[in-house]
Write a protein of this length. Structure first.
Ligand code: UTP
Length: 474
């Protein structure tokens, strides 16, 4: 540790060792483990680059609206069926994998367990992980039925976790027998942790014997796919497309075959689902072109004038909100690593309250923002796509994220809104299929994913029936 300590001191980060000489053997080992995970020069360089970017940041006038968008609602039934069939075919051949981003710290939700274990209060009490797994199971059944096959290759599921979520996530799937999916179809891998720094660039101690580490952002995905061996696993298993989503979108259509069929048919290497902005001021990142390359323009980056800019048909120029449902070709992911992009993605900063050590080395929770969390974002690879396409979907059918804790004065992206959105969608499924609901006592209605993936095949179960809520169709 002496050589390492010297190296850190030379790099201007010796403060991390402030309490080191007085630590017990175990505590020293704990700090050493953290230190060994950190490349101190890399951290200094990331910080330096972020500072430079801050100084030179200005509104970039080379942004244009992203136009390569198909709107689901405006497709003919024939078109939808065609893309769906292509997607089914690819799934049946084991060529589509699913990639889950589940390494976040869920600080706003504030749970002690991984977000995927959260129960939003459906009648079934199912966790987000269970809903997702059952949607995959159902999709496999639909594909089997479509081609009248007894078996198909299972959909491969790649789950990115981080230090805090890794073991509990695996245990949760194990304890629940993988919700009926095959254990072999899962690949869990951890993303890298990165230290938080003060605004002056000093690495923060969480306590005398711990560095304050946080996951390196969901854009850490690309590098970890390589270092964990996940990309080689995809290659070996013949996965050609990867359908990526976030753990907290309760409406996620797992491995949506239409989306994958659309991507395949367009010959694209990178695709995103988007939703129309509610209004110009909605604080979301939007699809854009910078120097003719696709990108996401963050809410903080877009100037007032551009926010309100409209096309001749009245649509906002920067209309398409990125909702973190993406798909990549295997070739694209592989190329990113071969071209060295995975280690060159930009970092973004969030100024936050970072738990830190007081003078005595005890962990405290600060009252005010005190440090930078540095993160890479999953969408920062879009500029490297050779041909990117987007599919505009209906927000009420596909996007309701769980971000905040229950009990907000005006609930937003919270357990309450997620529950309301899923029940509203399932009500629509039932009513479309000819069922009726008596909601005089409750609004809670749930359709098990094992019964219907996205509202299909419900007629025989619900037509002519009236259900008293709460009710779970299972
Ligand atoms: P968010 O940025 O909303 O973060 O993640 P979060 O961890 O869920 O919540 P807060 O900000 O701490 O309250 C969007 C998605 O990206 C994943 C999350 O797990 C979620 O699925 N993510 C985020 C990662 O996988 N790794 C990260 O480092 C950050």
């Amino acid at each position: 540790m002496d050589a390492k300590r010297l190296r850190w001191e030379q790099a201007g980060q010796g403060q991390v060792f402030k309490w080191f000489d007085k630590l017990t053997g175990d505590q020293k080992k704990q700090l050493e483990d953290d230190i060994n995970e950190i490349d101190v020069d890399q951290i200094n360089n990331i910080y330096k680059k972020l500072l430079e970017d801050k100084v030179t940041q200005k509104i970039n006038l080379t942004y244009h609206g992203f136009e390569n968008v198909k709107t689901l609602d405006s497709l003919t039934d024939e078109q939808k069926t065609r893309w769906q069939s292509i997607g089914y075919q690819l799934v049946s051949e084991g060529k589509v994998g699913v990639l889950l981003l589940a390494g976040g710290q869920a600080t706003r939700l504030g749970t002690l367990v991984p977000k995927g274990q959260y129960d939003i209060g459906l009648p079934s009490k199912k966790s987000l992980f269970q809903l997702q797994a059952e949607r995959v199971l159902k999709l496999e059944t639909l594909v089997k039925n479509h081609f009248k096959l007894a078996t198909i290759k299972p959909v491969q599921w790649y789950i990115m976790t981080s230090r805090a979520t890794h073991d509990p996530t695996i245990k949760f799937f194990e304890d629940n027998s993988y919700f009926g999916l095959k254990k072999d179809s899962f690949f869990f891998f951890q993303q890298t942790m990165i230290p938080c720094v003060t605004p002056e660039g000093k690495i923060i101690n969480e306590s005398c014997c711990k560095v304050s580490l946080s996951p390196n952002g969901n854009g850490g995905l690309y590098h970890s796919l390589v270092t964990s061996g996940a990309i080689e696993d995809m290659r070996a298993k013949g996965v050609q497309y990867v359908s990526q989503y976030c753990v907290d979108n309760v409406l996620i259509k797992m491995v949506d075959p239409l989306f994958i069929g659309f991507m395949h048919d367009s010959g694209s290497d990178c695709a995103a689902k988007v939703v129309a902005k509610i209004d110009p001021e909605e604080p979301v990142g939007v699809m854009a072109l910078e120097n003719n390359k696709p990108c996401v323009l963050e809410y903080s980056e877009i100037d007032k004038e551009s926010k309100y800019l409209r096309e001749a048909n009245g649509r906002l120029t920067f209309n398409y909100a990125h909702i973190c449902i993406n798909a990549f070709s295997f070739e694209f992911l592989d190329r990113l690593s071969k071209e060295g992009r995975t280690t060159q993605l930009p970092y973004h900063v969030a100024f936050k309250k970072i738990p830190c050590a007081d003078d005595a080395g005890q962990r405290i929770n600060p009252d005010a923002n005190n440090g930078w969390k540095m993160e890479m974002f999953v969408f920062d690879v879009f500029p490297y796509s050779k041909h990117m396409v987007c599919l505009e979907v209906d927000r009420s059918e596909e996007f309701s994220p769980l971000k905040n804790n229950a009990g907000m004065a005006v609930p937003k992206d919270s357990p309450e809104t997620c529950l309301q959105d899923i029940c509203r969608l399932h009500r629509r499924y039932i009513e479309r299929a000819g069922g009726k609901l008596d909601d005089s006592n409750s609004n809670l209605i749930e359709v098990s994913p094992l019964v219907s993936y996205a509202g299909e095949s419900l007629e025989s179960r619900v037509q002519g029936h009236q259900f008293t809520l709460p009710h779970h169709i299972e």
